[in-house]
Design a protein around this ligand. Structure first.
Ligand SMILES: *Cc1c(COP(=O)(O)O)cnc(C)c1O
Length: 347
């Protein structure tokens, strides 16, 4: 049995999701005529109490559109040094928006209002103009850590006070909300723009949605076009999103429970130095001596897959296609590996 924990993007659409895609009413969305895309945009905007939404092919595009709108030439974005927008979007802050970036450290990939306040540039020709603050929830590189409203509201207040825009990379926002129990509307009220991925834990084949006020999303539509993201009968994809919002949000708690179980299995494995606290569906394992490549190679030889996540770390992610049987298989594989190593040590 293959246990593929490399990413929550690996999911196959379920039969119900495919049926919904098959049956979706369609139109040309660049003409604004796809009823299913509109329904998805309106449904998400309504849930978060925001005015409008924009369906895009990827979370990179929704984030990069927000950055293009809110930052740009001679401006500066403040974010954590491990942010997806900085590390994993191909240098897009520079390439798409010609913007400068100010990186902050912080445990579990999180930043505070005090840190942000300390790096807001003065109105001085020497410095780029600080214009945007971005946070990520859950925080991928922080081991799927969850921000609470109590943590982001002071940053919101600071942004309002200093005339800065506040963007949320909410690729896995539903994972965070399922854990914290906080309301979608409260999160919508805290940010100027929110990017939400449908192709991670929600299990869709494609798609992300950018939420914001009507004027912002109107401008975002222009940027999406120039980024090449205007799609035609995209309702087939949006239908998957609508289906997932109905059927795949509450069940994220199952992914979190399995991630907890997987964390415990690795914790007990001799070659592991530590497992980062498991908050959602991401398990980051710090290895004692061996290289990530070697450990991943050993696991892969037994049909278990993860990814390298830093010099001494590997990452495993639970998702819609990981069931209890996969966790049980992982337990067997780790037991077998531990026994083999024990034999080698004793021989
Ligand atoms: C996956 C992800 C994105 C968007 O990635 P795409 O692959 O472009 O959809 C953005 N932010 C975070 C934190 C992510 O994990």
């Amino acid at each position: 049995m293959r246990v593929d924990l490399r990413s929550d993007t690996l999911t196959q659409p379920t039969a119900g999701m495919k049926q919904a895609m098959w049956e979706a009413p369609l139109g040309d969305d660049v003409f604004g005529e796809d009823p299913t895309v509109r329904a998805l945009e309106e449904t998400l905007a309504e849930r978060f109490g925001m005015e409008a939404g924009l369906f895009c092919p990827s979370g990179t595009m929704t984030n990069q559109i927000a950055i293009r709108l809110h930052a740009g030439f001679q401006k500066e974005v403040i974010c954590h040094q491990d942010s997806h927008i900085y590390l994993y979007e191909g240098g897009g802050i520079m390439a798409n928006s010609h913007s400068s970036v100010r990186l902050l450290p912080g445990a579990f990939g999180k930043i505070t209002a005090e840190q942000v306040e300390a790096v807001i540039n003065p109105d001085d020709v020497h410095a780029p103009e600080t214009s945007l603050v971005a946070v990520e929830n859950t925080m991928n590189k922080g081991g799927g850590a969850v921000y609470t409203l109590a943590e982001v509201e002071p940053i919101r207040a600071l942004c309002a006070d200093r005339g800065l825009v506040f963007h949320l990379d909410g690729a896995r926002l539903f994972n965070a909300l399922v854990v914290s129990g906080e309301s979608e509307k409260a999160w919508g009220a805290t940010f100027d723009t929110i990017s939400i991925c449908l192709s991670k834990g929600l299990g869709c084949p494609v798609g992300s949605v950018l939420l914001g006020d009507g004027a912002t999303i109107h401008r975002a539509r222009r940027v999406r076009k120039v980024f090449g993201g205007g799609m035609r009968q995209a309702g087939m994809l949006a239908a998957a999103g609508l289906y997932a919002l109905e059927h795949h949000v509450e069940r994220l708690a199952e992914d979190h429970a399995r991630a907890q179980a997987i964390g415990k299995l690795f914790q007990a494995y001799p070659g592991v130095e530590a497992v980062l606290p498991v908050a959602t569906n991401i398990v980051i394992v710090r290895l004692a001596e061996r290289k990530p490549e070697d450990f991943l190679g050993q696991l892969a030889a037994h049909g278990v897959y993860g990814v390298k996540f830093g010099a001494q770390q590997v990452r495993f992610v639970t998702h819609l296609d990981i069931r209890d049987a996969h966790v049980e298989q992982l337990a067997r594989v780790l037991k077998q590996l531990a026994e083999e190593e024990q034999d080698v040590r004793e021989s």
